[in-house]
Ligand binder design. Structure first.
Ligand SMILES: C=C(C(=O)O)c1ccccc1
Length: 375
């Protein structure tokens, strides 16, 4: 029987166990440049079978929050090289989550303080975190986006390809395409954010076109075995909505099956919330989604996320329902989560007041079991 704690592979990436550190935005990289505190944070969590970094902007246009890292300047890539080196030296594996926020942004964060971009000019009922000139931070409503011209899309696909190459050159073991949580790619996928009448809007085939163009370009550049993707079929995050998610995401996974991807990362339910959350009239069938993917020839590791505890994670892997389990908040407050799960040891409590922004407090100061034992 498969164990959560046994080694496995995800495409070309060998993993020491099946426990994944989920992407977690922490807003601790001013200037979009990873710093020494970020190095310590990821190094502390290197016993994860796989670390997926926090969402990382592929370009300035793709940046939607203050103090999140980028993957598009020499300084940022130098910063990431220090992170990947430290994680590898500690025996870990790490991929970067590649992010274009689309409309979940603010003019103050955009090139030339211009409008954010999206599939359509529909303002999200959402907020983002900006930093004022005086240095104070604030959650503010996202700005009204403009609809991308179809002629702009090849340029954004090229941005993804370049960022994927830069990620591998910075030492990452691979990348995760952020196609979830109501960001740009998801804005094309969902009918609630895509009112286009061209080849990228209307039918499911058209709304998924941009996702496949991005995926094809990245796979051609770095290989399918180093490419994963994150999907959130029913999340309402960032005002995402589609009344018929099952046919939409069945089409998506069928299209992804042609590549021998490293992993498919699926958020089950509402991100960070109700695992049984529904969009539309019927409950989403995640087992059917995987079956559809594998019937189409898909062989990537199936990674599940959202609200997993030790018991559910062990059962889900042992049953074969999932191959990998991604933990988010538990990894924030437990750098040694893998050991704690192995021992069934108590978990550190999470400090909700230090999730976003700030310094070492609530970031690198959570103790490991060994430190607590020494006290
Ligand atoms: C990148 C994020 C996501 O995927 O939801 C995110 C952004 C800001 C806060 C929490 C999460």
């Amino acid at each position: 029987m498969t164990s959560l704690f046994e080694p496995t592979t995800a495409g070309d990436i060998a993993l020491a166990n099946r426990i994944v550190m989920a992407p977690l935005t922490r807003n601790r990289s001013p200037g979009a440049v990873p710093n020494t505190l970020n190095v310590t944070y990821y190094e502390q969590r290197a016993t994860a079978g796989l670390i997926i970094t926090e969402a990382t902007a592929i370009t300035h246009q793709g940046q939607g929050y203050a103090d999140v890292p980028g993957l598009y300047t020499p300084e940022a890539l130098d910063g990431w090289k220090k992170v990947t080196s430290a994680v590898h030296a500690a025996g870990g594996k790490i991929v970067v989550q590649m992010w274009h926020v689309g409309r979940i942004s603010h003019t103050s964060l955009q090139p030339g303080e211009g409008q954010p971009v999206s599939a359509s000019a529909i303002t999200a009922n959402a907020k983002t975190y900006i930093r004022h000139p005086d240095g104070t931070g604030e959650f503010v409503p996202t700005s009204e986006p403009r609809a991308l011209e179809a002629s702009e899309l090849p340029g954004i696909v090229e941005d993804y390809r370049k960022a994927a190459r830069a990620a591998i050159d910075a030492g990452f073991d691979g990348i995760e395409i952020h196609a979830a949580n109501g960001y740009l790619i998801d804005q094309f996928l969902r009918s609630g954010t895509n009112e286009r009448t061209d080849a990228y809007g209307g039918s499911i085939e058209n709304r998924a076109r941009f996702l496949f163009e991005v995926t094809d370009a990245i796979v051609a550049e770095i290989g399918a075995g180093r490419t994963g993707i994150r999907l959130s079929p029913v999340t309402p995050a960032n005002d995402a909505f589609d009344p018929e998610p099952q046919p939409l995401f069945d089409h998506v996974v069928k299209g992804l099956a042609k590549h021998a991807l490293a992993f498919i990362h699926v958020i089950e339910g509402a991100t960070g919330g109700d695992r049984d959350f529904k969009q539309g009239d019927t409950a989403f069938d995640f087992a059917e989604l995987r079956a559809t993917y594998e019937a189409a020839g898909g062989k990537a590791a199936w990674m599940a996320n959202n609200g997993y505890d030790r018991k559910l994670a062990i059962e889900s892997v042992e049953s074969g329902r999932v191959d990998l389990v991604a933990f988010g908040k538990p990894f924030i407050s437990n750098p040694d989560l893998v050991e704690r799960l192995k021992q069934d040891a108590p978990l550190n409590a999470l400090d909700p007041d230090t999730l976003y922004g700030g310094g070492a407090k609530g970031y690198t100061d959570y103790p490991a079991l060994t430190q607590q034992a020494a006290e």
